[in-house]
Each structure stands twice: as structure tokens, then as C-alpha cells.
Design a protein around this ligand. Structure first.
Ligand code: CMC
Length: 424
């Protein structure tokens, strides 16, 4: 597999160290640095900005050109021509399903949507104002206490069943968090509904009244799920892989992914966008916030702008912007003050030299936050919806990790603490 070699000269060594160089199907070559340990050397890459931590066939991103491919298919085509569950199938199996495969897949997922009735008692232990991400970390981890029949990580069938369970139960648990917070009864899933419609039914339906989802909003919801489904080795996916590398069970691993996603630099950004818009409060205050974001001595950042990998534009944001316009038009709320602030902020940031020079474009979370707000989903549920959508990415990477020879993840460090000393 090594078609090229790199040679590294290090002061103090007599000879150059030869390192194999591998080429993938797309993207930059990678230098295999493992021979360095034999020479007593480690590489140093805080934030993993130039480290390929694994080999993967699932998703490819070309950040410079705004390209995102799942199984080779561009995200724009998937968003237009498929739906979330088809993309789930693609991420898990490497190809889009045939009509027959899709029917079987959808049928299987929809037969796993209920959670064990005991799960509902867990919620009573939480304050009503608990952050739903706190509840999700706990409840998803707790699923491992219920499904003992699928915890053998070395059994491909067990891994598959876990994937079905997780995809199916995340909307149920997410909606339960919301219902608990507002004191309404939990709604059981309705398996005849499409995935996004069922989620909206569990969120907004009540036992007293049937909820009929607006097709424009259901489509937007499905698109939000689809656009967040996977993003290769981001912080939460790397967390899931690392947790999985110790042999931990899949539910525990996904709980670790949910925890990593929670932060505002990652999945918490969609919630942070709305909090920021509320703080701005009025269009007149936008310049003040823009100046704060540009001030190197101020930690404030414009939430929903910038991306570690996309240095040009986020292809998901392009699709999301279109959906955002559709939803705002359908609901007739484009003039709502918060949404007006968002539009104005987007326009100013796209023209301001600071943002243009650093290629800080609105990312997917800028628009998804606005859509979710318009649909009526409370702000603290935004990151939960990201977690629900990303579960398929996490479980696909976790499964890929366990389907090939692997090792426990164990990074090393550059130690700068005291040298050995004796207690006096
Ligand atoms: N507002 C103001 N300045 C920014 C921003 C921002 N949102 N993002 C980056 N910068 C500046 C940063 O200060 C730095 O400036 P300088 O070169 O003068 O020091 C420059 O742009 C490069 O930033 P960086 O910190 O090297 O970029 P990074 O790759 O480490 O961070 C990021 C990427 C997404 C964490 C960051 O852009 C950010 O904090 N954005 C806001 C949070 C956000 O929207 N996150 C969601 C990401 S998309 C969803 C997901 O995949 O999770």
C-alpha cells in the first residue's frame, strides 16, 4: 500500500528515518509515522490538525473546495434525491439501498422505535429544567442496561442490531426529554409515520389531539437530520472511536459522543447561535457584536461562523440556507425580529473584511438553528437534534472500527512538568 516514502532527518541521528507514505482514493497523502517510536520519537499535533487517526471508507471532506461525500455521493445530491434513512443505510452499508432494501431497512428501524417502559422512570429523577443533553447522555448510556442481547462487539449481527436500535430510539428519547420539560405525557412512536414525521408527532402531539405535521416542516426536519448525519473524524466521532477502542459497549460509546458534541465549538453551536441572536436583541446592536468578535483580546466568537475543515464554504450550509428560506416563507415568519437579526448578521459578516479574509462563512448550524426556532423547537433541544442525526455517523464509524483489525487508542504527550525529584 505504501507507494511513496518520506525521509526525516533528525539532529543527533546518523541516518534519515524512512517513513512509508500512503495514498487514499481522495485527499492528501498520509505519512506513516509509526517507525518514529522505534527511534524514541513522537509526533506533536495538538488539536489533531494534521493527523489522520484512522483509515475510513465512509465520508470524505475536501474543506478547501467545500466538498462533502458520503460513500462517494455529494451531499447536495443526497439532500435533493434521497432521505435521511437512505443516507443511514448508505453510511452503514457503503451504498444506497435498492427499493427492496430500503423497504426492509425502514421496516426494521420503525419496529425498534419504542424504548423499554422502565426508561420513562429515569426521567423522574431529573429536574424539569434539566438540560436535555444531560438527560440524553444519561439515557443513551443507560440503554446498555436494557439490551444485553446485542452487546457482543465482536459479533457483526449484534453490531447491526445496536445500530437499528440507536437510530430508532434516539427520536423517541429526544422527544421524551422535551415532553418531560413541559410536563406533558410522553407520546409513543407511531410506526406508520415517516422518520421525521414521527419525531414531530412525538414532540408536538398530545393524547388529546392528533398532530398532523406540515409537509414543508417535516421535509425540513428530515433534511436537518440528513445534513448532520456524518462528518468524518470530528471531535465527537473521534471520541466514539476512542471510547470504542477500549471495547466499551456501543451505547456507552454513543453517550461519550453525545457528551463531546455538547460543547459550543461543536454541536452546541446551533443553540449558541440562538442565544447569541437573543443577546444581540436588535439590529442596531449588531456592529457592537461584530467588533467584539474581531477583538483578539475578547474571547467572544460569532457563533455559527467558521469551521475547522471548511475554509471556503460549508456545502451543508448552502443546502440548509435554501431550506431555511422555504421554511420561513411557509410559516410567514421571515420578519420575526430574531430572524431579521440573523439575516442582517449573515449579510454583514459576509461583507466584513475580517470574516472574508479568514474565510469565516456561516456554517450548517447557523441556518439549522434558525429553522429549528421557526419550527417551534426550543433552543435547548437543538443540540439534541444534532445528536439524534449524528448517531448514525457515530455508530457507522464505531462499526467500521470493529470490523477491521484495531488497537486501543492511546495518544502520547510532550511532557513539560518537573523532572524526577525526591521529596525532601
Ligand atoms: N468569530 C470570530 N472569529 C473567528 C471565528 C468566529 N466564529 N471563528 C474563527 N475565528 C478567527 C479566529 O479568532 C482566528 O483569528 P486569528 O487568525 O486572527 O487568530 C481565525 O479566525 C482562525 O480561527 P481558528 O481558531 O484557528 O479556527 P479553528 O479551526 O480552530 O476553529 C471553529 C473552528 C468552528 C471552532 C471556530 O470557527 C468557532 O469557534 N466557530 C464558532 C462556533 C461554531 O459555529 N461551531 C460550529 C462548527 S460547525 C458544526 C460542527 O461541525 O460541529
Amino acid at each position: 500500500m505504501a507507494d511513496k516514502k518520506a525521509r526525516l532527518m533528525v539532529d543527533g541521528l546518523d541516518e534519515a528515518i524512512e517513513l512509508p507514505v500512503y495514498s487514499g482514493t481522495e485527499g492528501p497523502d498520509v505519512i506513516d509515522v509509526r517507525p518514529l517510536t522505534g527511534q524514541g520519537l513522537f509526533t506533536y499535533d495538538p488539536g489533531f490538525v494534521s493527523t489522520a487517526a484512522c483509515e475510513s471508507k465512509i465520508t470524505y471532506i475536501d474543506g478547501a473546495n467545500g466538498v462533502l461525500l458520503h460513500g462517494g455521493y455529494p451531499i447536495e445530491q443526497l439532500a435533493e434525491q434521497s432521505d435521511y434513512l437512505e443516507v443511514c443505510y448508505l453510511l452503514l452499508n457503503g451504498d444506497l439501498p435498492t427499493a427492496e432494501e430500503k423497504e426492509k431497512f425502514v421496516n426494521t428501524v420503525s419496529r425498534h422505535t419504542m424504548v423499554h417502559e422502565q426508561m420513562s422512570h429515569f426521567f423522574n429523577g431529573f429536574r424539569r429544567d434539566a438540560h436535555p443533553m444531560a438527560i440524553m447522555v444519561a439515557c443513551v448510556g443507560a440503554l446498555s442496561a436494557f439490551y444485553h442481547d446485542s452487546l457482543d462487539i465482536n459479533d457483526a449481527y449484534h453490531r447491526e442490531v445496536c445500530a437499528y436500535r440507536l437510530i430508532a430510539k434516539m427520536p423517541t428519547l429526544a422527544a421524551m426529554c422535551y415532553k418531560y420539560s413541559i410536563g406533558q405525557p410522553f407520546m409513543y412512536p407511531r410506526n406508520e409515520l415517516a422518520y421525521a414525521d414521527n419525531f414531530l408527532h412525538m414532540m408536538f402531539g398530545t393524547p388529546c389531539e392528533e398532530y398532523r405535521p406540515n409537509p414543508v416542516l417535516a421535509k425540513a426536519m428530515d433534511r436537518i437530520f440528513l445534513l448532520h448525519a456524518d462528518h468524518e473524524q470530528n471531535a465527537s466521532t473521534s471520541t466514539v472511536r476512542l471510547a470504542g477502542s477500549s471495547g466499551a459497549n456501543p451505547f456507552a460509546c454513543i453517550a461519550s459522543g453525545i457528551a463531546a458534541l455538547w460543547g459550543p465549538a461543536h454541536g452546541g453551536a446551533n443553540e449558541a447561535v440562538l442565544t447569541m441572536l437573543e443577546e444581540i436583541g436588535h439590529e442596531d446592536n449588531i456592529p457592537e457584536f461584530i467588533e467584539k468578535a474581531k477583538d483578539p483580546n475578547d474571547p467572544f466568537r460569532l457563533m455559527g461562523f467558521g469551521h475547522r475543515v471548511y475554509r471556503n464554504f460549508d456545502p451543508r450550509a448552502k443546502v440548509m440556507k435554501k431550506t431555511c428560506d422555504e421554511v420561513l416563507t411557509e410559516l410567514g415568519v421571515a420578519d420575526e425580529p430574531l430572524l431579521k437579526i440573523a439575516k442582517r448578521l449573515e449579510q454583514i459578516a459576509l461583507e466584513d473584511e475580517y470574516f472574508v479574509k479568514r474565510k469565516l462563512y456561516p456554517n450548517v448550524d447557523f441556518y439549522s438553528g434558525i429553522i429549528l426556532k421557526a419550527i417551534g423547537i426550543p433552543t435547548n433541544m437543538f443540540t439534541v437534534i444534532f445528536a439524534l442525526s449524528r448517531t448514525i455517523g457515530w455508530i457507522s464509524h464505531w462499526s467500521e472500527f470493529h470490523s477491521s483489525p484495531n488497537k486501543i487508542g492511546r495518544p502520547r504527550q510532550l511532557y513539560t512538568g518537573p523532572s524526577k525529584r525526591d521529596i525532601k
